[in-house]
Ligand binder design. Structure first.
Ligand code: NAD
Length: 454
């Protein structure tokens, strides 16, 4: 059995059967059997079904958001936003089946055209930090393109994926099109990766596991998209609105208790403004409300587990340069106080490794060239921000930073309509926006001769 723990109380909130290799094999067989009929559903009917799934999630938004908030330990206001995004994602990709256009290509002797064909059975492997939101980024485009799915949620947070499966069946999705197997990565996830009848793996998780998935997928030449870790930089120039940058910084690194692949956990500040920046940031961190995820006022919840808290704590040893820390509730719960380290060198462990907890590193720099060098001095390349009052500099630096998702005078990363994904070891491929559909379809080219036969 899987015992699902509520991180804010450390109590078991649900128990469910743990899937293993046999269940994965059965789910793949069901998905394979359902594929011919699902790909043959007309684009209009597929779109209608997807809109019904969006309506079904929306009708139960409060209930599903509460489940997510309790299971992942995230503030209920954030959980509502995430489930709202699930609804939006299904509605957005409901527009896709009727717009999966090919090309006609001028050639000699005939007509040449392309189709966007579904890939077949897609294995989805997702993490625990944004359980249903990230699931929907994969399920919705995969279904829109006519694929069938085996979905493996994280063992720590399987509950909302199972709710989505229920909602989809109630909406009329045929049996076998979406199959959820809650189980461990090393058995269920690994079996999906090596299964000869799975055409593609779409994975979100750590770079370490992603590396193994890429290697495993090579055996059967599976398509892979990987959304992996990050160590993103916010770059704050002296000419920026320092108050605004400092007020926005805590949410960008302490949001979801720092368990966010996009966390801007390296804050590069031009040396002359470091003190001003820290003073302004401290007042926001002091006001940060850390506590019960179900309290409407809460801005940060606990970490996901006790062992993860130990890992995060290892980045703040006794002699760490702690500039200031927020506070946490007493009593049970995997709490960790939001912590700002300053000054940090980009060579320090806290600045190099993904902490995945509420720990920010403030790193001073002296000029634009040094800011770009430090921002790029990482194996990752997922997100980042540039704060400056100089528009030319903003665009110059944006072009120079090797990262997939950037914002200027803002820390926003994710929108349903725009592509999301990483450079370097932050991943392969893009999710969301129109680009995601390229990763759930194969291009087929057909030449039709117009020459007279014989
Ligand atoms: P993880 O890599 O430990 O696990 C992710 C998923 O992979 C889980 O479902 C897990 O069961 C499964 N898994 C584990 N070992 C496996 C194996 N050997 N074979 C197949 N599947 C396996 O990651 P996590 O701790 O759940 O999530 C945190 C990580 O996810 C962080 O590194 C974070 O940056 C990353 N992340 C990235 C994005 C993004 O979009 N780039 C988004 C969210 C999280």
């Amino acid at each position: 059995m899987i015992s699902v723990v509520e991180p804010a109380t450390e109590q078991v909130m649900a128990e469910l059967p743990r899937a293993g290799v046999e269940e994965v094999d059965a789910a793949v067989a069901a998905a394979r059997a359902a594929f011919p009929a699902w790909r043959a559903v007309t684009p209009g009917d597929r779109a209608t079904l997807m809109r019904r799934i969006a309506d079904g999630v929306e009708a139960r938004l409060e209930e599903i958001a509460t489940l997510e908030a309790r299971n992942a330990g995230k503030p209920i206001s954030d959980a509502r936003g995430e489930i709202g995004m699930v609804v939006e994602t299904f509605r957005y990709y409901a527009g896709a089946p009727e717009r999966l256009l090919g090309h006609t290509i001028p050639v000699a002797g005939g007509v040449d055209f392309t189709f966007r064909e579904p890939m077949g059975v897609i294995g989805l492997i997702v993490p625990w930090n944004f359980p249903l939101a990230i699931t929907s980024w994969k399920v919705a485009p995969a279904l829109a393109a006519g694929n069938t799915i085996v979905l493996k949620p994280a063992e720590l947070t399987p509950l909302t994926a199972l709710e989505l499966e229920r909602v989809a069946l109630e909406a009329g999705l045929p049996e076998g099109v979406l199959n959820v197997v809650p189980g461990p990565g090393r058995t269920c996830g690994n079996r999906l990766v090596e299964h000869p009848d799975v055409n593609k793996i779409a994975f979100t998780g750590s770079t370490e596991v992603g590396r193994g998935i890429m290697a495993g997928a090579a055996q059967t030449i599976k398509r892979v998209t990987l959304e992996l870790g990050g160590k993103s930089a916010t770059v704050v120039f002296a000419d920026a609105d320092i108050e605004a940058a400092a007020a926005a910084a805590p949410a960008a690194v302490f949001g979801n208790a720092g368990q966010d692949c996009c966390a801007r956990s390296r804050i590069l500040v031009e040396r002359s403004r470091v003190d001003d920046f820290l003073a302004a940031m401290q007042s926001t961190v002091n006001d940060l409300k850390v506590g019960d995820p179900l309290d409407e006022a809460t801005q940060m919840g606990p970490l996901i587990s006790s062992s993860h808290r130990e890992t995060v704590a290892s980045f703040v040893p006794e002699d760490a340069p702690v500039a200031f820390r927020g506070s946490v509730p007493d009593g049970p719960g995997f709490w960790f106080a939001p912590t700002v380290l300053s000054p940090v060198s980009n060579d320090d462990r806290a600045a190099r490794e993904e902490i995945f907890g509420p720990v920010a590193c403030v790193i001073p720099f002296d000029d634009e060239a040094e800011a770009i060098r430090i921002a790029n001095d990482t194996e990752y390349g997922l997100s980042g921000s540039i704060w400056t009052g100089n528009g030319s500099r903003a665009l110059r630096v944006a072009r120079a930073i090797d990262t997939g998702v950037l914002s200027i005078n803002s820390n926003s990363s994710v929108r349903v309509t725009t592509p999301f994904g990483g450079f370097k070891q932050s991943g392969v491929g893009r999710e969301l926006g129109p680009d995601a559909l390229d990763h759930y379809t194969e291009v087929k080219n057909v030449f039709y001769s117009t020459e007279e036969e014989g």
